[in-house]
Design a protein around this ligand. Structure first.
Ligand SMILES: Cc1cc2nc3c(=O)[nH]c(=O)nc-3n(C[C@H](O)[C@H](O)[C@H](O)COP(=O)(O)OP(=O)(O)OC[C@H]3O[C@@H](n4cnc5c(N)ncnc54)[C@H](O)[C@@H]3O)c2cc1C
Length: 458
């Protein structure tokens, strides 16, 4: 039986650590926050409000679900603890990636999830970039969106066979992907360390906070109601309704969907604990000479390579480089992160000048143990109609947008057949906070492997 938090429930220390809300200071210090247009007007929930579907969590997953529900004529209310995009959705790198993490290609997805779900999830994420950019166009979302392609440069010659296989698998699904040669990869990235690259031209990049605020605006225009600064403190089933309690009011709903990522604050510990949070640091450089764009990512693509400690970078519209990643130790990490990732990038792109961290921020992504999305029941009782959905796993812009639409179609009366994931019980990791620490602790080993592979490749 999934444990649901209630008035008397006190999360354990580990549940608190794993699910602690994001720090607000690092939200406001981001380049995205400095440049995104304002979100829709909204304020806290006061008194009692009734609705058909309550969505708790105002990130891409919550707003994509709410937008598509509202468009289908279903009454929906979104509760957000802070403001739209306050979580990972407003803090990420803004890469629109139409696939899952390395290793989770269609064949593995079918093996892991079974033929039906594996096929559906691969098709859904393969089309995810097109969906994101189509929504942006349809709703006129101002978010500096560039459908300029996503590339994954290959850092060793041994990986070239894997690259061919990856391209073949996505091509078999009708995706317009390509393998780039060494010369093309060097030209496209600006770095001679690469041996080839995977290219999906339907991906690209955007201002992630502006996209999230835009989705929120589109959802409210379509009829969804939004309450901000309304942290859900408890969710309880009363008769045939859910009651979500905030500090100043309550929301009563026939159906409930939690989209709080891993940071619900112990609202529903088991689904929250199914993912473990991973802190990532991000930095945007000072404005650089626009002429540099001719030999660093000249096609303005988003690039994330195949190393274990991957190197990801992109341009902004005003000629800054945005990059970032993990750090191995939490001590002094916010300060170290400001220069570590820029310096690391410059080692492979010596044509860049010394870069200053004009903006630095951090965010928490969440990953399930198998890096796959979930739709979990909140209780064992079939008629309860309460779920928690997670779709992050590090590559979430396309995935959360696409999964939100499918969940909305299902809640609007579609059949289970349209769902790309089964409805399951929560399967929490034993100690999510420790699992997330393990990620950083493992980093020095990953760096060692990367260094050895790069040395062999020279
Ligand atoms: C630094 C970083 C870089 C990343 N880079 C990329 C990238 O380039 N491309 C990509 O595709 N993905 C990337 N990701 C992952 C991506 O950001 C996530 O997959 C995605 O934003 C998850 O969206 P979500 O809606 O599930 O969760 P979130 O955006 O985290 O939304 C959850 C929301 O729930 C709210 N909430 C929590 N508890 C409560 C409560 N009790 N009551 C009410 N509201 C609550 C939070 O305030 C938050 O706004 C990155 C993530 C990080 C952190």
């Amino acid at each position: 039986m999934t444990k649901i938090a209630h008035e008397g429930y006190r999360p354990t220390l580990f549940e608190r650590l794993a699910a602690a809300p994001h720090p607000s200071v690092s939200f406001q210090s981001s380049f995205w926050h400095a440049t995104a247009p304002a979100g829709p007007d909204a304020g806290p929930l006061h008194g009692e409000v009734e609705t058909d579907v309550a969505v708790v969590g105002g990130g891409y997953l919550g707003f994509s679900t709410a937008l598509h529900l509202a468009e289908a004529g279903v009454e929906v209310v979104v509760l957000e603890a802070d403001e739209p995009g306050f979580g990972a959705s407003g803090r990420n790198t803004g890469f629109v990636v139409p696939n899952l993490l390395t290793g989770l290609d269609p064949t593995v997805l079918r093996e892991t999830m079974g033929a039906r779900y594996g096929q559906q999830i691969a098709e859904m994420i393969g089309q995810g970039g097109e969906l994101v950019f189509e929504l942006i166009r349809r709703h006129g979302i101002e978010c500096e969106a560039r459908q300029s392609g996503w590339i994954q440069p290959v850092h060793t010659p041994e990986k070239l066979a894997w690259l061919e296989d990856r391209v073949a698998q996505w091509k078999a699904l009708g995706r317009p992907v390509q393998a780039l040669s060494r010369d093309e990869a060097v030209y496209e990235t600006g770095s001679d360390v690469y041996h080839g690259a995977f290219l999906d031209p339907t991906g690209g990049h955007l201002n992630p906070l502006a996209y999230c605020r835009g989705l929120a605006g589109a959802a409210t225009k379509a009829g969804a109601r939004l309450f901000t600064n309304s942290r859900a403190r408890s969710v309880m089933r009363h008769g045939d309704r859910w009651r979500v309690t905030t500090d100043r009011g309550s929301l009563v709903a026939k159906r409930l969907l939690l989209t709080t990522n891993s940071t619900g604050g112990g609202l529903a510990p088991a689904p929250e604990g199914t993912q473990f949070p991973i802190t990532l640091f991000q930095v945007a450089s000072q404005q650089l000479d626009p002429a540099l764009r001719e030999n660093v990512l000249p096609k303005d693509r988003a690039s994330a390579d195949t190393r274990k400690e991957l190197i990801a970078y992109r341009w902004t519209w005003d000629n800054r480089i945005v990059t970032g990643g993990l750090l191995a130790s939490p001590f002094g990490s916010a300060e170290r992160a400001k220069t570590y990732h820029l310096d690391r990038l410059r080692e492979m792109l010596p044509q860049l000048p010394p870069m200053e961290p004009a903006y630095a921020w951090q965010g928490r992504l969440a990953a399930a143990r198998d890096f796959l999305p979930r739709l979990m029941k909140l209780t064992e009782h079939e008629g309860d109609q309460g779920w928690s959905a997670i779709a992050c796993n590090g590559r979430g812009i396309a995935m959360t947008t696409a999964l939100g639409r499918r969940i909305a179609q299902w809640l609007a009366g579609g059949s289970n057949e349209g769902l790309p994931v089964p409805v399951t019980r929560a399967d929490p990791v034993a100690v999510p906070a420790l699992a997330s620490v393990a990620f950083s602790v493992w980093l020095p080993w990953n760096r060692r492997v990367d260094r050895a592979e790069l040395k062999r490749a020279k």
